[in-house]
Design a protein around this ligand. Sequence first.
Ligand code: ZN
Length: 538
Amino acid sequence: MLKKERIYLFDTTLRDGQQTPGVDFSVEDKIAIAQLLDELGVDYVEGGYPGANPTDTEFFSKKRTRRAAFVAFGMTKRAGVSAANDPGLALLTQAESDAVCFVAKSWDYHVRVALGATNEENLEGIRASVAAARAAGKEAMVDCEHFFDGYKANPDYALACAKAAYEAGCRWIVLCDTNGGTQPHEVRAIVSAVIAAGIPGTHLGIHAHDDTGQAVANSLAAVEAGARQIQGTLNGIGERCGNANLVTIIPTLMLKPAYADRFEIGITEGELEGISRVSHAFDELLNRAPDPQAPYVGSSAFATKAGIHASAILKDPQTYEHVAPERVGNARRVMVSDQGGKANFIAELARRGIQVDKADPRLDTLISLVKEREAQGYAYEGADASFELLARRILGKVPEFFKVDGFRCMVERRFDARGNLKTVSEAVVRVTIDGETRLSVAEGHGPVNALDIALRKDFGKYQAEIADMALTDYKVRILNGGTDAVTRVLIESHDSTGDRWWTVGVSDNIIDASFQALMDSVVYKLVKNRERTGLAAE
Ligand SMILES: [Zn+2]
């Protein structure tokens, strides 16, 4: 058997992906995303522009990846100064990164108009920058901006830029379809021409944008022509219509024989099974709903509605599935309450240590209740703990630890004695535990925080048990369910055991939705404590 050729994956979520409208990563976000990318197993993680803003400068104060090469991005040396005297270049070579990716003009029109430099000055900038990065002990890459459009306008100059980089010892020369309008057959032809001009495909990368919906197709066309590095982003985020989606490209390279038989990437089969989780965790971080129709990882990617497809798929999944959903960590969904639906529920419950017989009528009650509540806006996929509580309640396994008789919440906006605008939130919660009613009042940073503090302020015999839990995240989504907008609140909690759990609340009132999620979180904690320690339910 022929040895497979290696394709390298380069992620630019933290740099080009940051250009997405409405996306602005904090340092903490960037650290969390770099960790996701490391788990996924990409070869390169491009972190941003050290020196360009405080976030990126702090992010590059140390290496943020364990496995992947950590890449700093920036401009080539300016015309008219030497490499040693260019402060921008110094920031790049001094950043705590393994590699530097320079962006360079490769279209003579842009060199003249945008850079105001001569063609030769631009080539010299490429050579000197690559040399400076190599002298600093870093792997050097050059992103040839507008390469395809530049090649169409002036092929000799576009090639001269790529060659200048290659001859200076650049590891990767990345051909960028910056405006995203190039078609797959053009990508194939131009990448082939670059290889014919003397730059080996093992040094060529492709950076495609999705403006004609073909960023993935263009990336694969470049690979077919010989390029061996693919740049892209998680879930295809990026400027305008986005970048090539690595979450689509990775399973295609690994599961489609046309690629899998010829190529290998640095991702194991086990890591591939984590790709749905990584994709959804990234959407959570962006506080946006995952696209249900995303290839491979969407919740509908392997979903079939009732009818002939559903019965056929249960007999033989291969009849309607192009790959097995488990390979990408997704699951088959047959959206009817038949044996298939039931089997899914039984499996889901067993995963949580809840055994139930398939003939148990309470199972049917649970299934119809979940469907009904999901139609109202509850999202149990994103709120494991609420799902588990609902199931345990229907199956009669959750004691009534406490009862909330009512709550009141007040937000006051006023000027203090010094004339500063203040917003004060206060909440009152009335809880009954063991027949004894307690009234707790608390102030907080915002109404939900005040409610959380008031709810957990006086919890009688359970007080010590819930002392180690805290809220870590709070997400609000407005859903247009029919005529009225409803609000879905998801809350993430954690405790000293390191466990994290999500709960959900839905209401036309955001405070009410938040309170439901808060209550579920506390009840889940009490149930979990009993499961874990074997405490008798009381
Ligand atoms: Zn780009």
